[in-house]
Design a protein. Structure first.
Length: 235
C-alpha cells in the first residue's frame, strides 16, 4: 500500500512513523508512506498557503491552488462515474481529515485497507477551500471534538489501516480478536503469574479446554460490551 499525507507540518510524522508497526511495514515493503509539504507548492515568496475567507468571518482557509497542486503531484485527478464503478481500488483514494466527516470506525478502516493508494489531506485553520472537495472521496473524523489540525487524526487513520494489511501484524488472528473487529469489545486478557496480589486468573483459562475457553471469551466479550458500550450491541 502507498499512503501520501498532504500536510503543512510534515515533521510531525517523523517520530510516529519511524517506530512500531508502521516502521516495520515500511521495512518489509508492505507499506510506502510519504509526507507531502503543501507549502512547497505555494507561489507566495513566504510559502503562504492560507487566506481570509470570502464573506468575512474569523480564521483563515487553506487556498485551493497549492493543495490542488500537491494532490496532482501524487496522482489525484477529478472523479467521474466510471472511476467510482470500475477503478475504485486501483487509483488514489482521497481522504480529508475533518471534524465534519464520518466518525472513524473499524468498518471504515477495513474498507480503506483494500485500497492500493490512499491520499490523506490534513485540514487546518477553518478548513480547506470547498472547491477541493470535488477531488475528495471521503471525509473522516476521529471524534466529536476539534484538534489543532488534521495531522494527529491522519496518524490515527494510518496506524489503524496499516494494522489491517496482511503481513504487518505477526499473529494475524489477534486482529480478529481486537475490540470492534466484529462489533464487540475485546474480552479480558491475563498472563503470568496465575495469582497476583490475591487475584487469580479465571480457572477456565488454565484448563486447556479450548472449546470452553472460546465460549468464555465470547461470553466475556458480550458482557464487557453490554457494560461499557451498549450502543455497539444496539447497532
Amino acid at each position: 500500500m502507498k499512503i501520501d499525507i498532504l500536510t503543512i507540518f510534515p515533521r510531525m510524522f517523523k517520530g510516529p512513523f519511524s517506530e512500531s508497526l508502521i516502521s516495520r511495514a515500511s521495512r518489509k515493503k508492505i507499506l510506502k508512506v510519504d509526507t507531502v509539504d503543501i507549502r512547497s507548492f505555494s507561489r507566495d515568496k513566504h510559502r503562504k498557503v492560507d487566506d481570509r475567507p470570502f464573506g468575512g468571518g474569523v480564521g483563515m482557509v487553506i487556498k485551493p491552488e497549492p493543495l490542488y497542486c500537491a494532490m496532482r503531484s501524487v496522482g489525484v485527478r477529478k472523479r467521474n462515474n466510471s472511476y467510482k464503478k470500475n477503478n475504485i481500488y486501483r487509483k488514489p483514494y482521497v481522504v480529508y481529515m475533518s471534524p465534519q466527516g464520518k466518525t472513524l470506525d473499524n468498518e471504515i478502516v477495513k474498507n480503506l485497507a483494500k485500497f492500493g493508494h490512499l491520499v490523506v489531506i490534513c485540514g487546518h485553520y477553518e478548513g480547506i477551500d470547498e472547491r477541493i472537495m470535488n477531488y475528495v472521496d471521503e471525509e473522516i473524523s476521529i471524534g466529536d471534538y476539534v484538534l489543532t489540525g488534521g495531522e494527529i487524526p491522519a496518524m490515527v487513520l494510518t496506524d489503524a489501516v496499516v494494522r489491517m494489511l496482511p503481513g504487518v501484524v505477526k499473529e494475524r488472528g489477534s486482529i480478529k480478536n481486537d475490540s470492534f473487529y466484529d462489533g464487540l469489545l475485546d474480552y479480558p486478557h491475563y498472563t503470568r503469574p496465575a495469582v497476583f496480589k490475591g487475584h487469580r486468573v479465571p480457572t477456565v483459562l488454565l484448563s486447556g479446554n479450548h472449546k470452553k475457553i472460546d465460549e468464555w471469551c465470547t461470553k466475556e466479550a458480550y458482557k464487557r460490551t453490554k457494560e461499557r458500550r451498549p450502543d455497539l450491541l444496539r447497532k
